[in-house]
Design a protein around this ligand. Structure first.
Ligand SMILES: *[C@@H]1O[C@H](CO)[C@@H](O)[C@H](O)[C@H]1NC(C)=O
Ligand SMILES: *[C@@H]1O[C@H](CO)[C@@H](O)[C@H](O)[C@H]1NC(C)=O
Ligand SMILES: *[C@@H]1O[C@H](CO)[C@@H](O)[C@H](O)[C@H]1NC(C)=O
Length: 440
């Protein structure tokens, strides 16, 4: 019986592995090791229904290619999801996919789930479609959680045409499942819900919660799917650090007082809890809160001490955009002022000497904007870099590759570095460990 059982388990495991084994993607280049660049674009185009409709969209200002900025990404099944917020006029579709397989250096974006959801072909003010998607996150049950700001022309002449909303799609059928407008009382004046992360531990996702960062009014919104309720935390740790709000990269200087933005969840710990690590974009510091606190709406006024600092500062130019943690507990994060992807093994203290750099490139990694880790058995880390400050300053060159999607094996990316879970904790000065809370 025991032997039979283990053989059956072995076969099941083997079948599971067969199912997740994917053909290798064909990258556009391998200039940024350990990353492969799946795609790179100078300017982005779309798969229009016809050449005539494409010309029409251009002639009517519904498609202005230099205003199309890929911002966020997610990877699920055979597709890579790309978000394109409607910051400037002429974004024909705000959520799109490209094949995961690669093979073409600069493919056109395919609107998701189809053109009818997007402004180029709808009446333009259609709140049953998608308006301006910032970030997306796929849950383990095959659903895509989409954060739509509802605002267009944010950079030129902001117009809030629909409420900011969380929109959910079934990735198996590419159909809309639900739409949850964020209640008015949590939509503060000039707020910007800019990042979203899904937290579920049950196989059927029945315990699913969503955390959404308000980067401009410094809040953390929680959504519980089971009863469709929202609540919102505030904490001084969500604020920007004024000294880190002065950015200089590649000769462009700008002030961004952006608060809480980066969100990353640890795997389940031995208390069956997960930590949410978070940081402001304008900050050199990392913070955390147990999700057991976030998931309890009675704690909104009674949890200030549960939000805490992790370890040391990343130091000057240590501003970080998005972050993500793999199933071994290794965090990857974009270092936007250093053209780099950083790493940290979350089982080690957070110290300058325990923070590693996975890749650095002053051409291909200018503003690594979003980072995701996929759900494959052998996980990959995915990065989109997009030269956002140059886009905003209007100095992007249409003759250079400005936008890239890259991937690397999460395990191989940190092998032999200080972020490798198999590498020992470096000996350290105990004073520097003050403020670090052991995770295990
Ligand atoms: C609004 O969007 C929905 C969902 O995509 C679509 O079915 C409908 O045709 C659109 N309505 C208009 C008036 O564009
Ligand atoms: C901001 O950064 C620029 C360029 O590094 C520097 O010249 C300037 O003094 C900084 N300003 C402040 C307030 O730190
Ligand atoms: C938290 O405080 C606000 C403002 O005082 C109040 O309206 C709200 O009901 C409180 N929430 C809880 C769960 O105690």
């Amino acid at each position: 019986m025991a032997i039979y059982g283990s053989t059956a388990a072995g076969i099941t495991l083997w079948l599971a592995m067969m199912q997740v084994a994917r053909p290798q993607s064909v990258p556009a280049d391998t200039d940024t090791p350990p990353f492969s660049t799946l795609y790179k674009w100078k300017l982005v185009d779309y798969e229009f229904p016809s050449a005539r409709l494409r010309r029409h969209a251009i002639n009517t200002g519904k498609f202005v290619t230099q205003n199309v900025l890929p911002l966020g990404l997610e990877v699920w099944g055979s597709r890579v999801f790309v978000t394109v917020p409607s910051w400037r006029r002429g974004v024909p579709a705000t959520l799109a996919t490209v094949p995961r397989a690669g093979g073409l250096a600069s493919p056109p974006l395919r609107p998701y789930p189809d053109w009818s959801y997007h402004r180029a072909f709808s009446d333009g003010n259609n709140c049953s479609g998608l308006i301006s998607v910032f970030r997306v996150n796929a849950d383990p049950c095959g659903r895509l959680w989409v954060l739509d700001s509802g605002q267009i022309d944010s950079q030129d002449r902001p117009q809030q045409i629909c409420p900011p909303s969380i929109v959910v799609f079934d990735l198996h059928t590419d159909t809309l499942i639900a739409r949850y407008p964020i209640p008015d009382k949590y939509v503060l004046q000039d707020c910007l819900y800019a990042n979203i992360i899904v937290d579920t531990r049950k196989e059927d996702c029945s315990d699913l919660h969503v955390y959404v960062a308000d980067t401009w009014r410094f809040g953390l919104l929680v959504f519980r799917e089971s009863d469709e309720s929202f609540w919102r935390f505030t904490n001084p740790l969500f604020y920007p650090d004024p000294l880190a709000s002065n950015f200089t990269l590649h000769g462009t200087n700008f002030q961004w007082a952006d608060g809480i933005f980066g969100l990353a969840l640890t795997p389940l710990d031995k208390n069956d809890d997960r930590l949410l690590f978070f940081h402001s974009l304008a900050s050199y510091r990392e913070f955390y809160v147990p999700t057991s606190v976030l998931r309890d709406e009675s704690r909104v006024n009674d949890s200030a001490t549960q939000f805490n600092l992790v370890g040391e500062s990343r130091g000057l130019y240590g501003q970080s955009s998005a972050s993500a943690i793999d199933n071994r507990g290794v965090m990857f994060y974009g270092l936007v002022s250093r053209d780099s992807i950083g790493c940290w093994d979350s089982k080690k203290p957070y110290l300058k000497k325990t923070l590693g750099v996975v890749a650095m490139d002053s051409d291909t990694l200018v503003f690594p904007n979003d980072i995701k880790i996929d759900q494959e058995g052998d996980q990959s880390v995915w990065v989109i870099s997009n030269r956002l400050p140059m886009f905003q300053a209007g100095t992007l060159s249409p003759n250079e590759f400005n936008y890239r999607i890259m991937y690397a094996s999460a395990e191989e990316a940190v092998r032999g570095t200080v972020c490798d879970p198999d590498s020992p904790v470096p000996r350290s000065n105990p004073i520097l460990q003050r403020g670090w809370m052991p995770l295990t």
